[in-house]
Design a binder for this molecule. Sequence first.
Ligand code: MN
Ligand code: MN
Length: 422
Amino acid sequence: MPDGLTPPARSSVPPAAADAPDTVGPTTAAARAMSRRQFAALGGVAAVGALGPDLMRAPAGQGTRRAGHPRSPAIDVGGAADELPPFRYALEAQTGRVYAAGSAKEATVRQLPVSEGIAGVSMRLQPGAIRELHWHALAAEWAIVLTGHCQTTTFDPDGRSEINNFGPGDVWYFPRGYAHSIQGLGPGECHFVLVFDNGHFSEYGTFSITDWISLTPPPVLAQNFGVPAGTVGTPRKGELYIGPGRVPPLDAVARPDGSAHDAPLTHKFRLLAQAPREFPGGSVRIVSSLEFPISTTITGAYETIAPRGLRTMHWHPNADEWDYFVSGHARLSVFGSSGRMRTEEVSAGDVCYVPRGYGHHIENVGTEPCHFVAAFNSGIYQETGLATWLENVPPALVADNLGIPEEVVARFTRTAGPFAPA
Ligand code: MN
Ligand code: MN
């Protein structure tokens, strides 16, 4: 996040109306004009409790209509941007780069400015198609296969290589700078989502071997590869990026004679082969560096929200969140402090981004399960749930803080989790 978007932490204003997703944060000129001095004169935090009951009357995630509602004087608008920036990007609605052998669509800070910490790509490869041999100077690469099969090769700085086959639900991770390639195995198209731990990273700016070799004089190439001058042939010109290739075997990984031994830490993790953590209202599978040691900078998750279920109010203390919605219809709300909340309707093919520390929840507003991939730019997974937190605070404190009777607090669920049922 740019510093200018990081406000002082002080707010107790109810969320924006769910039926007015574009209504965000302080909405009146008078509110924006309120100075710190005026705020202080109004009594500051002492007035916060008055809004508590309204917050609690609103169903989780539904929010309270702001129009006509008395503004809280406890908004220090002096330090906050007026609105949270958009956090949704319709990735699959874009054209991206299209080749006969495959395609790529990306979401970086250029397409989604808020996504400073994580970039993503939706890529499709036909059988045999090569996402060419390349590396990244700026970012590590995490991916999950959604449909089809593909094969990766990777070669690490210690001279160790690994070749892996992937199917739906399988994850890979290549540390920043590691050499790698991806190839479609067929049958049919392979579709996968790539995640990079740097929002400024562009998949269109990778270090590709065709690009490098095109720019290098043939005598140097001959010397480099130890062959007589004039015998290198005529390598293709320009960057291939994605191009046709021969389908490698699906179940017999072929390694060239004399290549190095397997890397000690595998680059493959079978996420959807793991048993999910099941809850009323949804399920989640998480792969962090604890389960997948090489993935030191990215944690991934595959989450399912049951119809009308809720991914409960929470935040991530240590990481930004990048989401790719696989199916379903949902409503994602992000709370940005200082009276700011933004709600976006999301469906399959959309990408969303939640900055580190920002509160959020996701409602499944459809009749089908909502599946989404979540990626976090830390190898350690952290989540703090609001309801779980309040279970661990003296009820009298919660009651006084929110301005509601302690009996109401006592009725809050004692088994709060990451999902809540319809
Ligand atoms: Mn790559
Ligand atoms: Mn989250």
